[in-house]
Unconditional design. Structure first.
Length: 207
C-alpha cells in the first residue's frame, strides 16, 4: 500500500509540474504575440517612411519641386481610383491615362463626390505599378498627403502634380517599362475611441 501511495504521489506531482509548464508556455506565447503586435504598430511609421524614401513596394516619392531636367523617354501613365467599403464617396480620374516625358511636370485631376447626407472625411492610400517605378514617380502636390473633408453631397476636383525622374533612363530595370499606373484607394478614418471616464462624467454623481 505504501509503495502504491508513493507512486500515486509522484504521478500527481509530475502532473502538476506538467500543468504548470503548459501554463507557463501558454503565457509566454501570449506575451510573445502581444509583443510582436506592439512592435508591428511601432514599426509602421518607420516602414512607411522607408517606403516613401526608397520607392519600395511602389511607393511614389514626395518632393517639393522639380529640377526641370527634362529627359528623353515618354511613358504612358494610367490612373486608377476606388473607394473602400465604409465611405460613401465616389472617386475617379478625369483622364484614364496620359503620355508623360521624363522630367516634365504635369497636373491631372480626380473627381470626388460625397454621396451621404452628412459631412465626412477620408484619406487616400496610394502606390504605383510596376513597383520598380516607385522610386522615380515624384509627387509635388497630392490630395493623398492629408485627410480630406467633404460636406453633404459636396463634389470637388483634386489635382495631383507629379513628374517622372529622368534618372529612370539610367536604370536597366526600367528599360522595358513603358507604362506606369498610379492607384488610389479612399478610406474612412478609423473611429475614435471615447476618452476614459467620459461615460461616467455624463452619468453624473451617483445618488
Amino acid at each position: 500500500m505504501t509503495a502504491s501511495g508513493d507512486h500515486d504521489g509522484r504521478t500527481l506531482s509530475a502532473g502538476g509540474r506538467t500543468g504548470r509548464n503548459n501554463r507557463l508556455i501558454g503565457a509566454g506565447g501570449i506575451a510573445l504575440a502581444v509583443g510582436m503586435i506592439g512592435l508591428t504598430y511601432a514599426a509602421a511609421p518607420f516602414y512607411s517612411a522607408f517606403c516613401r524614401a526608397t520607392g519600395y513596394e511602389g511607393t511614389p516619392q514626395q518632393v517639393k519641386t522639380n529640377t526641370d531636367a527634362e529627359g528623353h523617354r515618354i511613358l504612358r501613365v494610367g490612373f486608377d481610383a476606388n473607394v473602400a467599403p465604409g465611405l460613401a464617396w465616389t472617386l475617379e480620374p478625369e483622364d484614364e491615362s496620359i503620355r508623360v516625358r521624363t522630367g516634365k511636370t504635369v497636373t491631372v485631376y480626380f473627381r470626388v463626390r460625397n454621396l451621404s447626407d452628412s459631412a465626412t472625411e477620408g484619406h487616400a492610400s496610394f502606390n504605383v505599378t510596376p513597383e520598380v517605378s516607385g522610386g522615380y514617380f515624384d509627387k509635388i502636390s497630392c490630395f493623398c498627403f492629408t485627410t480630406q473633408h467633404l460636406g453633404p453631397h459636396e463634389s470637388a476636383e483634386w489635382p495631383v502634380v507629379f513628374f517622372l525622374d529622368p534618372a529612370l533612363e539610367k536604370d536597366p530595370s526600367m528599360d522595358r517599362v513603358d507604362s506606369i499606373t498610379l492607384s488610389y484607394t479612399m478610406f474612412a478614418p478609423p473611429a475614435e475611441k471615447p476618452a476614459a471616464g467620459r461615460s461616467a462624467d455624463r452619468a453624473g454623481p451617483a445618488g
